[in-house]
Ligand binder design. Structure first.
Ligand code: SF4
Length: 78
């Protein structure tokens, strides 16, 4: 399992998440930040610092948020 960055990041892109991530698995994409789901260790540190509550646990994604996991997987498969 992994955490996923969703819609609120598109207008915020604060970036604190990337600073606190202990395994350095968050990168800034063109439209929002992305978490590499293969590297994320589920620590939750990024969730605590996100000012717009954009970071969601994979198993809690709503149907509307599911595409954000697919976007993250595609981003890191490049
Ligand atoms: Fe990084 Fe932890 Fe957030 Fe995963 S849950 S992206 S390991 S800070």
């Amino acid at each position: 399992m992994a955490f996923v960055i969703t819609a609120p990041c598109e207008t915020e892109k604060a970036g604190e998440c990337a600073t606190v991530c202990p395994v350095d698995c968050i990168e800034e994409g063109s439209d929002h930040f992305y978490i590499d789901p293969d590297i994320c260790i589920d620590c939750g540190a990024c969730v605590a610092v996100c000012p717009v509550d954009a970071i969601v646990e994979e198993y809690e994604l709503t149907p509307e948020q599911e595409p954000y996991l697919e976007k993250a997987e595609a981003y890191f498969s490049k």
